[in-house]
Design a protein around this ligand. Structure first.
Ligand code: NAG
Ligand code: NAG
Ligand code: NAG
Ligand code: NAG
Length: 653
C-alpha cells in the first residue's frame, strides 16, 4: 500500500501563501491537512468474495435503486446487513457479522468498518446531481403543504426527512415555500377564471381552472380575458419556491451539495465522523493548492474501489458491478425484506424451522401488536436521532478542544464522552433494529419506492408457498466451488440447471456460500424462482422509476398558484434552464466534475477488461408488458385533463 505514504509526500506549499480575508489561517489549514493525511488513510481493499462490501451512497445517484434492486437482490439474505444500519449513522462496525452495507455516510465511516472492507460507489455528472437534488428536496418538502396540522409521521420506517442531507434540505425548502405558496394562493381570481398554459408529457395546451376546461387553442376573446393568458410556470424560477439559481448560490448548497461526491469520498462532508471536517472544507475553499491535492487524494481513492459506475449509464454500470462482485446478470436473485438480515434466517442450520421460522409473525394479521410496536419504534427512532446529534456535537467539541488550549486531561475527558456517546448510539440503533425485526410486514419498511418493489416480489414468492426447491443442480455447483476453490488464471464454465454459469476464476472472486458465522447458506432461501438478478434488477428499477414519477406528481400538485399553475419538473423544462445558471452550478462543482471524469474512465476501463474476459453481459431487455406496472397510470389523479377534441392545425410547438 503506497497510497498514504505517497500522499503525505505531496508538497503543500500552504504557508506563506498570501490570500486575503481567510476564515482559516494558513497555519490552521496546514495543521488540519497534516491531521487529515495522518489519520484518514485507511483505503478500500479489492473485493475477494469473502470481505464486506460497503456501498458509499452519494445522494441522487440512483443509489437506492442500485442498492435495493441490484446489490440486495444478488446478495443472499443471510449475508446482508440489517436494514437499520443502511439508514442510520454508522458507528463502530468492526464486527458487524454481515457483508453488504450501504449508507449515506461519507468515507470517514470506513475507518469504523472491518479492516478489509471493499468499497463501491456510483457517481453522477454534478450538474445533473445538483438539479436532481433541488427537485427532490422541493418535491418532498411540498408534501408538507397538504398535511393536516396534527400530522404525525408514518411510523415504522425511516423517513426521507431523517436521512442526511435531506434532514437539512427538506426543512429548508419547507420553510421557504410555505409563506410563498400561501401568498400565491391568496390572490383573488376573476369569476370567469384565468387561462393558463400547461405542459404535460411534452404537450402544451390551455386550461382554465375556474371553468375546468382545457383547450388546445384559445379564441382572441378568451386569450384577452381576465388580463390575458398566464404563461407556463418555470419550475426552476417562480414565485412559489426559491429558484434553482438562488439555491445554487445559497450557503446551504455549498454546505451540503456542491462538490458533495468528492467530499463524501474524502470523508469530509457535513455528516463526517471527523469533527474538523467543516473547518477543513473551508480550507479547501481558501487554498487552490490544497483543493488540487485533495482532489488527487479522492481520485486515488476511487481507483481502489471495486466498482465505480455512473448514473447516466445505470444499466451498464449495474451489469459491470455484478461482474466486479463475482456475479453475472444470470446469477440467482433473492427477494428482499426487513428481516432478511444476517443471523435471522437463510442458513442451513435453520432450514428445519421452515419458511416462517424465527421471523416474528411476518405475514400474519398482527395489526394491534404491530401498532404498539410501531409507537415504540417511533420513539426509538427519535432517541436514535438525538443520540446521533449528541455524538456529532461531542465529536465537534473534541475537535475544537484538541485545537484549543485544553489540557491533555480535559481532552481525555472529552474523548471519553465521545466514546460513551458512541456506545449509546449503538445501543439505540440496535434496539431500533430489534424492534423493526419484530414488526409485521404490513408496517415495516414501506414507503421508499425501490424497497416496495422487492417486497412485492417477496409476497408473490410467499404466496407461492415459499422455499421451493429449485435448480438443485446449480446448488451443487455452488458447493463444488466451496470445496475446491479454483486457482487463478483459468476460467471455467459449467452447465447447471439449463443455465450457463460462469465461475469467476480470473479475478479470484468466488461467490460466498456461508454466512458470517460460518454456517453454510441455504441457497434456496428467498430465492426468486425462474428468474435471475438481471431480470429482477430491470423489473425493480422500472417499478422504482414509475413509482417515483407518480409520487413526484402527487407531491408537487400542492405546489401551485391560485390560478392552477403547478411546479412541474420535466426533461423539457430542464432543457430551458438558462445557460448562465448551468454554468454557475458547474463553477461550484469543479472537484466533482473532475472526479466524475475519473469515474467514467474507470468504468470504461473495467468494461473493456470484463468484455475481454468474456464475463460481461448487458442487462436483459424487459418485455414491453413487464415494463408497464398496471394501476400506476390510473393513480395520476392530479393531472390537468387534456383537451378532449383532437388537436387541430399546428404541430407541437
Ligand atoms: C470497535 O469495537 C471493537 C470490538 O467491539 C473494539 O475492539 C475497537 O476498539 C472499537 N473501535 C473503535 C474505534 O471504537
Ligand atoms: C374537471 O373536469 C374533468 C373532466 O373533464 C373531471 O374529471 C374533473 O372531476 C373536473 N374537476 C372538477 C374540480 O370539477
Ligand atoms: C450541516 O449543515 C447544516 C445546514 O447548513 C448545519 O445546520 C449543520 O450545523 C451542519 N453540521 C455540521 C456538523 O457542520
Ligand atoms: C391554433 O393556433 C395555431 C397557432 O398557435 C394556429 O396555427 C392554428 O390554426 C390554430 N388552430 C385553430 C383550430 O384555431
Amino acid at each position: 500500500m503506497t497510497g498514504p505514504c505517497a500522499l503525505a509526500l505531496v508538497g503543500l506549499a500552504l504557508l506563506g501563501l498570501a490570500q486575503p480575508s481567510l476564515s482559516q489561517t494558513a497555519h490552521e489549514c496546514q495543521a488540519l491537512t497534516d491531521h487529515y493525511l495522518e489519520k484518514h488513510h485507511k483505503e478500500a481493499v479489492p473485493y475477494t468474495g469473502s470481505n464486506m462490501v460497503y456501498f458509499l451512497h452519494v445522494p441522487r445517484t440512483a443509489g437506492r435503486t442500485f442498492h435495493s434492486c441490484l446489490l440486495k437482490t444478488v446478495t443472499h439474505p443471510a449475508r446482508r446487513c440489517p436494514k437499520a444500519y443502511d439508514h442510520l449513522r454508522l458507528s463502530n462496525m468492526s464486527m458487524p457479522n454481515c457483508y453488504l452495507l450501504s449508507s449515506h455516510d461519507d468515507f470517514s465511516v470506513v475507518s469504523m468498518l472491518p479492516p478489509d472492507v471493499a468499497v463501491i460507489s456510483q457517481l453522477r455528472d454534478p450538474l445533473d446531481r445538483f438539479i436532481s437534488a433541488y427537485e427532490f428536496a422541493i418535491e418532498v418538502a411540498a408534501r408538507s403543504l397538504r398535511r393536516p396540522k396534527n400530522y404525525r409521521k408514518k411510523v415504522g420506517r425511516i423517513a426521507t426527512e431523517d436521512v442526511w442531507p435531506w434532514s437539512y434540505l427538506i426543512p429548508f425548502f419547507q420553510e421557504d415555500m410555505q409563506p410563498k405558496v400561501a401568498a400565491a394562493q391568496a390572490i383573488a381570481q376573476p369569476e370567469e377564471g384565468r387561462w393558463i398554459e400547461v405542459e404535460q408529457d411534452g404537450e402544451r395546451w390551455y386550461f382554465n381552472k375556474a371553468l375546468n376546461v382545457s383547450r388546445w387553442n384559445l379564441t382572441e376573446e378568451e386569450a384577452a380575458a381576465g388580463g390575458g393568458v398566464l404563461p407556463l410556470l418555470d419550475p426552476y424560477d417562480n414565485q412559489l419556491v426559491m429558484s434553482l439559481k438562488d439555491f445554487a448560490q445559497h450557503p446551504i448548497a455549498a454546505e451540503l451539495l456542491h462538490n458533495g461526491a468528492t467530499f463524501q469520498v474524502l470523508g469530509i462532508t457535513n455528516y463526517s465522523h471527523w469533527g474538523d471536517a467543516g473547518a477543513f472544507r473551508s480550507c479547501l475553499k481558501s487554498y487552490d493548492s490544497l483543493r488540487d491535492q485533495m482532489l488527487r487524494v479522492a481520485q486515488e481513492r476511487v481507483r481502489r474501489f471495486s466498482h465505480v459506475g455512473t448514473t447516466d449509464r445505470l444499466f451498464e454500470s449495474a451489469a459491470s458491478a455484478l461482474v466486479s462482485l463475482g456475479y453475472s446478470t444470470s446469477s440467482p436473485a433473492y427477494s428482499g425484506g426487513d428481516d432478511d438480515v444476517a443471523g435471522s434466517g437463510g442458513v442451513r442450520r435453520r432450514a428445519g424451522e421452515g419458511g416462517g421460522g424465527g421471523q416474528g409473525g411476518r405475514g400474519g394479521a398482527g395489526g394491534r401488536a404491530g401498532s404498539g410496536l410501531a409507537a415504540q419504534m417511533q420513539l426509538q427512532a427519535k432517541l436514535v436521532r438525538e443520540a446521533r446529534q449528541r455524538l456529532q456535537n461531542a465529536q465537534r467539541e473534541l475537535a475544537d478542544g484538541i485545537k484549543g488550549s485544553l489540557t491533555a486531561e480535559q481532552v481525555d475527558v472529552l474523548r471519553g464522552r465521545v466514546e460513551a456517546l458512541r456506545k449509546s448510539l449503538i445501543q439505540a440503533q440496535d434496539k431500533l433494529a430489534s424492534l423493526r425485526d419484530q414488526l409485521p410486514q404490513e408496517l415495516g419498511g414501506r414507503g421508499q419506492a425501490a424497497d416496495k418493489g422487492s417486497e412485492a416480489v417477496d409476497n408473490v414468492f410467499a404466496a407461492q408457498g415459499a422455499r421451493r426447491r429449485l435448480m438443485g443442480a446449480e446448488q451443487e455447483v455452488e458447493q463444488q466451488v466451496e470445496q475446491q476453490p479454483l486457482s487463478g488464471g483459468q476460467e471455467e464454465e459449467l452447465e447447471a440447471g439449463g443455465q450457463q454459469r460462469r465461475l469467476l476464476a480470473t479475478n479470484k472472486i468466488s461467490v460466498a456460500t456461508s454466512d458470517a458465522f460460518g454456517n453454510p447458506l441455504d441457497l434456496d432461501f428467498k430465492r426468486i424462482p425462474n428468474s435471475n438478478v438481471g431480470n429482477e434488477f430491470m423489473r425493480c428499477a422500472s417499478r422504482a422509476q414509475q413509482r417515483a414519477a407518480t409520487r413526484r406528481e402527487q407531491s408537487l400538485a400542492a405546489l401551485c398558484t391560485a390560478d392552477g399553475r403547478q411546479v412541474s419538473f420535466s426533461k423539457a423544462a430542464r432543457k430551458r434552464i438558462p445557460a448562465d445558471v448551468l454554468d454557475l452550478i458547474r463553477s461550484y462543482n469543479t472537484l466533482d466534475t473532475a472526479l466524475h471524469r475519473v469515474g467514467l474512465g474507470l468504468l470504461d476501463a473495467r468494461l473493456v477488461e470484463q468484455k475481454e474476459q468474456g464475463l460481461y453481459a448487458d442487462m436483459p431487455k424487459l418485455p414491453a408488458d413487464d415494463a408497464q406496472d398496471s394501476g400506476l397510470g390510473a393513480r395520476r389523479a392530479n393531472r390537468v385533463v387534456k383537451p378532449r377534441d383532437e388537436r387541430v392545425g399546428d404541430e407541437l410547438r
